[in-house]
Design a protein around this ligand. Sequence first.
Ligand code: NAD
Length: 478
Amino acid sequence: MATHDQYIGGEWVKGESYTPNINPSNLAESIGEYARGGKNQAEQAIQAARDAAAGWGAGGIQARADALDTIGTEILARRDELGRLLAREEGKTLKEAVGEVGRAGYVFKFFGGEALRLSGELTPSVRPGVRVEVTREPLGVVGIITPWNFPIAIPAWKIAPALAFGNTVVFKPAELTPGCGWAIADIIARSGIPAGVFNLVVGKGSVIGDAIVKSPDVNGISFTGSVDTGHQILVEATKRHAKVQLEMGGKNPLVVLDDADLDVAVNCAVNGAFFSTGQRCTASSRLVVTDGIHDRFVDSVVEKLKALRVGDAIADDTDIGPVVDQAQLDQDLSYIEIGQKEGARLACGGDRVTRDTEGFYLSPALFVDTDNQMRINREEVFGPVASVVRVKDYDEAVDVANDTDFGLSAGIVTTSLKHAGDFKQASRAGMVMVNLPTAGVDYHVPFGGTKGSSYGPREQGGYAKEFYTTVKTAYVTG
Ligand code: NAD
């Protein structure tokens, strides 16, 4: 069985222990043994990143651009192979996994270009004879802490801008999906970047993540994950004035109006709520549907869900892969029970499914007759579970859509230009989709939300520099 080490200071370093990476489609299969480290290894990685920071930050932008382009090129060239690894360790279908790897490759290439485009401002002073220069500088060492559900795209959209803008990186992937994290490290290690600029430390969040968050040598922390962990990180990091960027949960509404094209509405709902096994922060977990189309919409969604094939992530005919692990499956099943106890009606799904191999298979569950105050409509389930909330008209739909502690993504399906235009303004979410699923975003534009979903500057696109650089104002005379 292949073992996979930590990458610290330009060397592959043995882990303090090794853990098998189990395939959620087939619990008898291990994808490999992956290193786990303790606080010591986190500190070594932080020190290596600290030592490399000045050189990389002052180094040429051509070297950064070339390295990122090389990394992106290799990821794209290996997208089928890496997609297979991703599908086997995380459980999304092969098609979705290959798509995610492609996104990661393009992200690196995009930020290769961004490294060359970092500009400043030269402006006259209010004092005669003085000029003002506004420039952007790297933060220094950035700690990157990521979740399991997009194990290559999320690391890519944090690591690439961090390196592009001259920072060094300590990267801690989720314990459940170290394979993609290790693959990225392996590619970066061969890209020609100097030792210490990028470091990989796999291990527990409460140990490695905690060490990164609390270290005075880490200048910025970019985190994606659950709300609870995000809050803990926010409190610890701000205590020592570190820069923090958090992307957390969602309870994203998809509004379906009477005038919607039924096929578009059903496709948006099924794709947005259930693809990637519903394990997306942008998943449409609340389907807010007006009276006139409600029954037709529910019947069509149920019919479509019953036809979807739940199975092994890498099988050709699979539409929905397994849930990622036992803990997530238990959480999904517990919310299905909670929903029923609250008085919601399960229109379909929510059953454990058996296949040739033992895996965490769950049929997609649709709740109807739900109220927006129910726990299943307030708390993130993070599985193949969605609810329909019936409303009387557009105005009520907007109120329900915005009545949530989260604000990541929101969608509307309508043929009314007036309502589509109004919804883009009225929605309190950070991303709004018109006649498109709430999940599925481009890599070259900003990503992020409001309220409990996000904290700090937006990720991705040109906006990424807001987090990964700090601004300096210089006054010059003569
Ligand atoms: P999680 O919060 O359990 O873990 C995320 C990461 O934080 C992991 O690497 C984990 O090891 C680490 N961690 C855990 N405790 C820590 C601590 N005390 N200090 C520092 N790091 C710690 O989340 P998860 O279960 O891996 O991911 C699922 C969650 O991620 C969902 O809530 C989902 O909505 C969210 N998510 C959000 C986005 C977004 O962009 N908004 C995208 C994907 C996933």
